[in-house]
Design a protein around this ligand. Structure first.
Ligand code: GLY
Length: 407
């Protein structure tokens, strides 16, 4: 499933039997292809429900979570036309405190969950008009946010630029450290008895018009009653998946910087601060341990994860307009990741058109936020065969149905 090793599939649905020469390992109830946070939470929750579960990934806990800032921004990242997704985002945000406590207990690891709130600010008249529209949409949607003057914004966050023209205080949009979240999920999975196969999945095994498992890069054939494809932006790249079932996900590149706030400067920012500058979103997410995450570009460039001078320049330029003192901080990391974008920016959750194959992918900007609700929904469907009511709008089959309607 790695873009550099993907070859066009020559497998016809229903004929891709695992070759008898492949080494075999014991069968599982659930085989999760992809060990990012979405695959891991699915595996953890499935194992908790007594299902024998295995995860295939060369580097469990890697992927987009290693780059993501970890904003739990259901309210500040609200967009027109995404009200259905909003309901799912809010449901997951409500689950976060309990989820984080349970995962911390299960793994013995800290997650960096921080109920710090968010301040979205405007730097000029255009930004302010944009933010006013967002505020109106939030109020129409019954969400809590408060309009502040520029002076009130600076009183909350004294490092903000003097030119800030106003802002929205959203006390319910928090953060978690996605790297800690991923590490905790790996440990929780191990403790719950999940088996890890640390390599790429090469091909889905389909027989009798049903998914039966997968063949790994070294030729090992794994049999499983149910397969979950949870490979983030790579989810459309697995060989052997019938064309009509291939999830319509694409990689959307995000460049992200990490800075460090020296103790003498703390607290530099006390909550997430964000803005739309020249049409691009910029955000600053301050961790308790002094890390300050600065993101993110949004680029449709295929499988490119190059950190570019232009990307770094634009992020620093925009963040500097927002918080001028940022240029004093040590720059400790630059990195790019790939969001799994879907056609309607919402995830694909649950049964695909191929019996035995489920999808948990396409989370786009909201993978970290949607981790708790995804784990619950996937475990539910894996044990009962039914998607919970709240998740039904996100069935992967909505795209197939749409295509048929437009033919
Ligand atoms: N949710 C933040 C981002 O995708 O950049």
């Amino acid at each position: 499933m790695h873009p550099r090793t993907v070859h066009p599939s020559t497998t016809h649905p229903g004929t891709a039997h695992a070759r008898s020469t492949h080494p075999r390992t014991p069968a599982s109830d659930v085989l999760v292809l992809g060990g990012g946070i979405i695959g891991l939470v699915t595996a953890w929750r499935a194992a908790q429900r007594g299902l024998r579960t295995a995860v295939v990934d060369p580097e469990p806990g890697g992927g987009a979570a290693q780059v993501a800032a970890g904003m739990l921004a259901a309210v500040t990242e609200l967009h027109y036309g995404e009200q259905t997704l909003l309901a799912l985002n809010l449901a997951s945000a409500r689950r976060y405190p309990g989820f984080a406590a349970e995962l911390r207990e299960a793994s013995g690891l800290e997650l960096g969950y921080r109920a710090c709130g968010t301040l979205a600010v405007a730097l000029d008249a255009d930004d302010r008009a944009h933010l006013r529209e967002l505020h109106a949409l939030q109020r129409e949607s019954g969400l809590e946010s408060e309009w502040l003057s520029g002076r009130e914004c600076r009183r909350l966050e004294p490092m903000l630029a003097p030119g800030v023209r106003g802002g929205l205080r959203v006390d319910g949009d928090h953060q978690i450290d996605p790297r800690r979240l991923a590490a905790a999920l790996v440990t929780a999975c191990e403790r719950a008895g999940v088996t890890f196969h640390r390599q790429w999945a090469q091909r889905l095994t389909v027989a009798g018009e049903r998914a039966r498992g997968a063949v790994l890069a070294d030729g090992t054939a794994l049999a499983s009653d149910q397969v979950v494809l949870a490979a983030g932006s790579l989810s459309g790249q697995l060989e052997g998946v019938p064309p009509e079932v291939v999830p319509p996900v694409r990689p959307v590149k995000g460049q992200v910087l990490r800075l460090t706030v020296p103790k003498a400067y703390a607290p530099f920012l006390s909550r997430t601060v964000r803005a739309v500058v020249r049409g691009g979103a910029v955000y600053l997410v301050p961790r308790v341990d002094g890390e300050l995450v600065l993101g993110a570009t949004s680029e449709d460039l295929g499988w490119d994860t190059t950190v570019t001078a232009g990307g770094v320049y634009e992020l620093l330029r925009d963040a500097h307009e927002l918080v001028p003192g940022i240029t004093e901080l040590p720059l400790t990391e630059t990195r790019a990741g790939l969001r799994p974008g879907s056609p309607d920016n919402a995830p694909l959750l649950g049964p695909s058109g191929l019996p035995g194959l489920h999808l948990a992918t396409g989370h786009y900007r909201n993978g970290v936020l949607l981790t708790p609700v995804t784990g619950d929904a996937m475990a539910h469907v894996l044990t009962t065969g039914e998607l919970p009511e709240a998740v039904r709008p996100f069935t992967p089959q909505r795209f197939g149905a749409r295509e048929e309607l437009t033919v």
